[in-house]
Design a binder for this molecule. Structure first.
Ligand code: FES
Length: 497
């Protein structure tokens, strides 16, 4: 019987993304059976895989770790109890396999002894028995050596100890639970918009049903599940982790409208300059009152009693405690002035929201193009981190268009991504001050910079395009993109003030 692996685990084993495997399946190069692939087929398609060096996967994991602000060692090892349960499960499987193996070996020895007893039978029976014995000896001597399967199995067992695979119903979304994460934390880290409230075992909104597999309570909770809920397999995702691979029935937000409007009091963690004209404001929410939002959405930040402004969240919802904002520090901007000169580390900031529909279309697997004008980079960064966490886009290309080189204030970060990821391309485009006038915009964009995008991608209709920036720039870009044949349904625009 072939050894079958689910797609997510198979991708990890050979060090490629899930999307890359799906592409092989679509192209007919890799057979799949109910979302599973056979180990033999995987090794045939990736014959050169180095089991000791899954560099591609490691690079993606490191980038995700950086994006999510978690230290690597915190993420690596499972909780002690979970580790013990997984090792016990594996030891049980191993001992069952060993006792089966002993029984098969005894059966094979018995068959061989019977075949041997026909050595003197003569005629066709003796010839058939002898040929069968020789075949059995050859097969047993050959074993699996050199096929790569034992290494794949060893690596698979190791991954099963380090991370459990979760499949959600009815969406079919999948993710891994690693380190000491709860089911909820791991799902958010994977970019999924699960239903939840407090993240802290109080509200019951993260209730979900375990359809198969084993979970373990790793965080205390005050919310009381009724006996009938427990009997039906209901658990709190924010208190439990996965011990084995599990299937879970859980509610997920499908649209921005399903995310409730919230009021959260966060505190300033840091304020840092991003070049000469931009500030990076990092807020942290309380552990038990985080902000639930979708990548690309906006919130209103209230400083003191009288100063407030709306900003896109520049960080990923996969780390819902740490919220980042890019504040344009231009003369006359009272909010930016207050942040630069008066706001201090530890001070309270009220966060209200989220609002806005500039969010990722998760049902599409088309390659993604992001076009960010100036500070439009903030929501685009959040969307790109989200797309990376979801691992569902075949490729991601970012065009960041700004008046001056200095306005590409996060280009080191984007260049580092482009260096590390095979499926991410970054193209910085400097427009000059023409971008600031109506006539100049028309000329520099239509006759110049936007042309570059169609030169790179003559069939725009194959892509989903996300464009963010100020209203005048958005209007020019939208009109032009639609005129190039991009279907309206594949264009998502987000206005940044
Ligand atoms: S999110 Fe509130 S109990 Fe889990």
């Amino acid at each position: 019987m072939p050894q079958l692996l689910n797609l997510s685990r198979a991708a990890r084993l050979v060090g490629v993304t899930r999307v890359a495997l799906q592409k092989k399946i679509k192209e007919g190069l890799l057979p799949s059976f109910d979302g599973m692939v056979a180990a033999e087929d995987l090794l045939r398609v990736y014959p050169d895989v180095q089991f000791e060096d899954n560099t591609a996967y490691e690079r993606v994991a490191q980038i995700k770790d950086r994006a999510f602000g978690k230290r690597v060692f915190e993420r690596a090892l499972p909780d002690k109890e979970v580790l013990a349960a997984r090792l016990t499960g594996l030891a049980r499987e191993l001992s069952l396999a060993q006792s089966s193996l002993k029984r098969y070996r005894a059966a094979v020895d018995g068959v061989e002894a019977r075949l041997k007893s026909w050595d003197r039978a003569g005629g066709e029976l003796q010839a058939a028995a002898s040929s069968l014995r020789m075949w059995m000896q050859r097969e047993l001597a050959a074993g699996d050596s050199g096929s790569g399967i034992p290494y794949l199995t060893m690596q698979d067992n190791f991954l099963r100890i380090m991370a459990a695979h979760v499949k959600l119903q009815p969406s079919g979304h999948e993710f891994f639970v690693e380190g000491a994460d709860t089911l909820l934390e791991a799902a958010l880290r994977a970019g999924l918009a699960l239903n939840y409230g407090c993240s802290n075992g109080n509200c019951g909104q993260c209730k979900a049903k375990v359809v198969s597999g084993e979970v373990l309570k790793v965080r205390p909770h005050d919310y009381v599940l009724s006996e009938s809920e427990k009997a039906a397999g209901q658990v709190l995702m924010c208190s439990n982790t996965a011990v084995t691979d599990v299937v879970i029935e859980a509610g997920e937000a499908e649209t921005a409208a399903e995310i409730p409007f919230q009021h959260v009091t966060a505190h300033v963690k840091s304020i840092d300059p991003l070049g000469d004209a931009m500030l990076l404001l990092h807020l942290q929410t309380p552990r038990n009152n985080r902000l639930r939002f979708l990548a690309g959405q906006n919130v209103v930040l209230q400083l003191g009693h009288s100063i407030s402004a709306e900003f896109p969240v520049a960080s990923c919802p996969c780390d819902d405690r740490n919220l980042q904002f890019h504040i344009h520090n231009t003369p006359g901007n009272h909010f930016a002035d207050y942040v630069a000169t008066r706001l201090k580390k530890g001070e309270a900031v009220t966060v209200e929201g989220p609002t806005g529909g500039f969010v990722l279309r998760e049902d599409s697997t088309r390659p993604l193009i992001f076009i960010a004008f100036g500070a439009g980079f903030a929501p685009v960064k959040s969307l790109m981190e989200h797309a990376m966490a979801l691992d569902s886009a075949e490729s991601v290309q970012l065009y960041w268009i700004a008046s001056h080189e200095d306005d590409l204030y996060f280009s080191n970060w984007t260049r580092a991504w482009a260096d590390a990821l095979d499926n991410f391309v970054f193209t910085p485009l400097v427009a000059g001050s023409d971008l600031e006038t109506a006539a100049g915009r028309q000329k520099v964009l239509i006759d110049g910079l936007l042309q570059r995008i169609v030169e790179d991608h003559p069939r725009l209709s194959d892509f989903e395009v996300y464009v963010a920036g100020s209203e005048p720039l958005l209007n020019v870009a939208k009109k032009w993109l639609l005129a190039q044949g991009l279907p309206d349904a594949q264009l998502v625009a987000g206005m940044v003030r």
